[in-house]
Design a protein around this ligand. Sequence first.
Ligand code: PAF
Length: 322
Amino acid sequence: MNILIIGGGAIGSLFAHFLIQSGQRVTMLESNGERVEKITRDGLTIESERGVSTVRVEIFTSPQAIGKADYAILCVKSYDTERAVREVAPVLKSGTPVLTVQNGLGNVEIIAQAVGMENTLGGITAQGATDLGSGKIRHAGKGETIIGALSKESREKAVEITSLLNGAGIETALTDDVEGVLWSKALINAAINPLTAILRLRNGELLDYPETREIMRSAVEEAAAVAKTKGIQVKWPDPVAQTERVCQATASNYSSMLQDVLNHKRTEIDFINGAIVREGEALGIPVPVNKTLMLLVKAIEALNLKKNKERHHERISGKGRD
Ligand code: PAF
């Protein structure tokens, strides 16, 4: 099988690495030229409890350079989904299924608009992966991946890619309720991601303080109330307990949002707590904790952006030189 991974960050690199090791032919697409150069030169390296392993991969910046793909897996940040699918859609042969395992709400709708509902597969992954710099990833915890088709026509494709991922050691289950699964993951991300990013804690450390546990509980309960009013079936019987289990399973991981904050990058807050706040306010459901978490992360983003600009200005005016 030829598999195209779109996005060379932590999750894209992790999936690429496992699929290559299982004998699949993988091509990657990544917009950051420097990252592409490094990965081409040094390969993709995964560090985990089991040791260090490096594989070679073909990686390009331009969709025009990619060959035929049987499947595409979208692993870019949610705020880049629209740009990425717009770029890649014309070069995918019609009928190539595009699977998203991104965090956040709204991605499947954007993909379906570009490649059709019949070619869109949605899903979640609870793999804990930390980006250590171009092409180096720390695999900090295995978690379940769940995927499904948006329409009956693509169910067979979802079955095929599920077995492909399982064959690669990425434990994957199939669902008939993609929306339910996406909201179930969003509930967990709404608690773990902003809190770890604001407090600069590893996922497991959120369990160490009664205060963080209480904020997590409130964020999850508000989001679950929004999901319930929308008629969405949340997968976990006790979403708060499930969030705590994910903290435990990925205890040593820096959440993706904390990684973004530490790297002074934009975060996915608008697609996680932001989406819950938009939906909650439209339905008249109170979401004050999610709103506060969202505003705090957005304030951190704005501060980081300001610092980036100041550093850039110092560099070009020569003040930042040693
Ligand atoms: O965004 C993340 O970091 C992950 O979805 C998760 C499951 C919270 C683990 O860090």
